[in-house]
Design a protein around this ligand. Structure first.
Ligand code: ADP
Ligand code: MG
Length: 255
């Protein structure tokens, strides 16, 4: 008989043996705007294991980007606890935080955020410059990452010489070039037509199959359909946290 690890919570059901990479407890984020206080996050708990594929959904203004900025160590919470790989993020020194942002996490944004005057290669090499990698090695790794996302023939193009989908691929190659274990993507298909968006999601799927942890923010159900787990935010709190059951590819495969 199969035992199901129900006591481990939802996340452990997706990857029973995966180690916890992200643990947040009671995270809040408040912004003071003149006279008013905006409570963007009002107590969020989340446990994320290595090699999960998680979609964060919710209406505009529900706190998705704020949460992503916390997860990516781009911003600090007003209160609550954030542990990354078992270590309290609040206790980390700046260089340790920079190391996590640079080496452990790859960011993908809705608006691509590429340098407009730089080629695909130069854009992808950028994180390696920060990491102090030699120029020859930078070139090699950037070429490898661009080839991996299917842009081996667009290395010397600038963003305005690429389609939207290709630009997002360059951004994904840039996110991958330091071989991070976690990819954080905030509405990565938001500026793409649905077919191109689907291609980008297929690419993220491949990264997931290759062992990456994927956290993708979206408000589109089709995009979230790729994920194995869906966390819904509303007004700065987690409204639901559900596994998405996937049927096996062939009906008679006993899985
Ligand atoms: P989402 O990504 O789900 O659309 P956000 O996380 O961007 O939502 O925003 C959540 C709430 O926090 C919104 O009400 C937004 O206006 C507010 N907010 C986000 N960033 C800031 C900021 N830097 N200063 C003030 N308010 C902010
Ligand atoms: Mg947002």
């Amino acid at each position: 008989m199969l035992s199901s690890p129900v006591t481990g919570g939802l996340a452990s059901l997706t990857r029973p043996n995966g180690e916890v990479v992200i643990r947040i407890e009671g995270i809040t984020k408040e912004y003071v705007m003149g006279e008013s206080l905006i409570r963007a996050l009002r107590g969020v708990d989340l446990l994320i294991h290595r090699n999960e594929y998680l979609a964060v959904m919710g209406p505009s203004g529900s706190g998705k980007s704020t949460l992503m900025n916390m997860l990516g160590c781009l911003d600090t919470p007003t209160s609550g606890r954030y542990e990354f790989n078992g270590k309290d993020v609040a206790s980390m020194e700046d260089d340790e935080l920079a190391e996590i942002r640079n080496r452990e996490i790859g960011f993908v944004f809705q608006t691509f955020n590429l340098l407009p005057r730089s080629t695909s290669l130069q854009n992808v090499e950028l994180p390696l410059i920060y990491a102090g990698i030699s120029s020859q090695e930078r070139r090699r790794r950037a070429e490898e990452a661009l080839t991996e996302v299917g842009l081996g023939d667009r290395m010397d193009h600038k963003p305005n010489e690429l389609s939207g989908g290709q630009r997002q691929r360059v951004a994904i190659a840039r996110a991958l070039v330091n071989r991070p274990s976690i990819i954080l993507a905030d509405e990565p298909t938001g500026n793409l037509d649905s077919q191109t968006g689907e291609e980008i999601m297929t690419l993220l799927e491949t990264l997931y199959e290759g062992g990456n942890t994927i956290i993708v923010v979206t408000h589109e159900e089709e995009v979230a359909n790729h994920a194995r787990r869906v966390v819904r935010l509303r007004d700065g709190v987690v409204e639901s946290d559900q596994l998405r059951l996937r049927l096996p590819a062939t009906p008679d495969t006993p899985q």
